[in-house]
Design a protein around this ligand. Structure first.
Ligand SMILES: [Zn+2]
Length: 469
């Protein structure tokens, strides 16, 4: 009996002593953080965040600091911590000769707090896939890449590298090839894509559980596409078309984008509300790309030669900017100012869309050929545009931080600073809920658990600038 008691006591002493000695150890411990809960817009002050490998393993009050250890410590008193930003519309493209210049854009995203990007189609997919894997295993600095691989277009594709899709056989073959290379979703483009092929892709992809988004041939109808299972729509044209009572009669004229002036002039807010509520009910995401809309509409009015980010962009990509400039000159000589009109209407639509529950996603459309829309900065400007259009800063952040992962049904892994989520964080000097422009006041970044302080980010991108000289 006594023997047993002694055994019991000694076990208890042992357990007790273990408890006092044992410390929870993390790779990175962030102290005194004020966490921004983007979903609710609430601030959670005095927090301790423990990260091991690429995952958040602890979020607790600073008062519980005892027995918690970190290999690396970062004290961020009076600073803000939120999930990293997502840019849901970027392009890696321009052919083999621009592969390196495209790869050099990756650190720029990080320097603006962007920890994930959705590549909306291009012609250098094999390279993009290699970067994606290297970023994931920590051998390349960059945001997590989700990619569509090549776009699907019709018999005469607009963009190089696109897959030609005309009939149902082509559709299955195209989707087979996309699945084989392991793309994350399907991007459609309306260069010469027929209405039937567009609907066919959506239906076939739906059967395979693949997500679809993109441009829509103007011969097609957005509401019908939604019924077939369309998951997203890029830019505002196609939603605008659905909001015009003239859409059907203009479609019959077969004039493509020639219908846009009349579509804009006949915008019907009541019809728009019906369209928005259907988009909301069917969980269709829209990427408005407002900032590139504004940039392209003002292309000839603004001198971009002194843009602070231009020196970070490779010469080949800079040369690719010329195409849009020529387009703008042609439009100007024809007296076509539909881009400017569309920009205003797009701003006006944002509030009603948000109120109807449409999932708006933030995407910049940056990349080669999209003149002076720089990686990173352009996503911040997109968020600023959303606030100018009437969203609150919190709602604007939702479009990036929460709706980005939601598109891929990855909200269990991203979107908040919580235990079990991927350790992709942006650390800010000022609160972006007070002023969305504070999103650029970045003091550090955590990407897949790796800490990048401001000076190391600056060095990384300065190297790009110098290598280019
Ligand atoms: Zn695009």
């Amino acid at each position: 009996m006594i023997k047993n008691l002694i055994l019991c006591v000694s076990i208890l002493v042992l357990l007790g002593s273990c408890n006092t000695v044992e410390k929870q150890n993390f790779d990175l411990l962030i102290l005194n953080a004020t966490i921004i809960d983007v979903e609710t817009g609430k601030l959670l002050p005095n927090k301790l965040i423990g990260i091991t490998k690429d995952t958040i393993r602890l979020v607790d009050d600073m008062a519980k600091r005892e027995n918690i250890k970190g290999e690396q410590l970062l004290d961020v008193k009076n600073k803000y911590v939120m999930p990293g930003l997502w840019d849901m519309h970027v392009h890696f493209r321009g052919g083999d000769s621009l592969v390196e210049e495209n790869m050099n854009l990756l650190p720029l995203f990080l320097s603006y707090g962007i920890t994930s990007v959705r590549d909306a189609g291009g012609d250098i997919t094999p390279s993009v896939m290699i970067w994606r894997d290297k970023i994931q295993n920590g051998t390349l600095d960059g945001p997590t890449i989700f990619t569509s691989g090549p776009k699907l277009d019709g018999s005469e594709p607009t963009w190089p590298g696109s897959i030609k899709v005309v009939n149902s056989k082509d559709i299955e073959k195209a989707l087979d090839s996309l699945q084989l290379i392991g793309v994350d979703y399907v991007k459609m483009y309306d260069g010469s894509l027929s209405k039937d092929a567009f609907y066919g892709i959506i239906q076939a992809a739906e059967k395979r559980g693949m997500k679809t988004t993109g441009h829509m041939p103007l011969s097609a109808d957005l509401m019908e596409a939604i019924d077939y299972g369309l998951d997203g729509t890029e830019h505002m044209y196609y939603t605008l078309k659905a909001c015009s009572p003239l859409a059907d009669s203009l479609t019959k004229l077969n004039i493509g984008y020639g219908m846009m002036d009349q579509i804009l002039a006949s915008y019907d807010p009541k019809l728009a509300n019906k369209v928005f509520s259907k988009m909301s009910d069917k969980n269709v995401f829209i990427t408005p790309t407002l900032y590139i809309g504004k940039t392209l509409s003002e292309l000839l009015d603004v001198d971009h030669s002194k843009d602070s980010l231009l020196p970070y962009i490779g010469r080949g990509i800079q040369q690719s900017y010329q195409g849009r400039i020529e387009n703008a000159k042609r439009a100007q000589s024809k007296g076509d100012n539909s881009r400017k009109k569309m920009e205003q209407l797009a701003l006006d639509m944002m509030g009603p869309m948000y109120d109807a529950g449409v999932k708006i996603i933030a995407g910049s459309d940056c990349g080669a050929f999209n003149s002076f829309v720089y990686p990173g900065e352009s996503l911040h400007k997109e968020l600023v545009s959303f606030v100018k259009a009437g969203l609150t800063p919190q709602q604007a952040l939702v479009t990036s931080v929460i709706n980005g992962p939601k598109f891929f049904e990855l909200e269990d892994y991203y979107g908040s600073v919580d235990i079990g989520k991927v350790a992709d964080l942006v650390l800010l000097d000022k609160n972006p809920l007070d002023n969305i422009e504070n999103i650029s006041k970045i003091i550090a970044l955590v990407k897949n658990g790796k800490l990048y302080k401001k000076d190391s980010i600056d060095k990384m991108i300065l190297k790009l600038k110098e290598e280019k000289k």
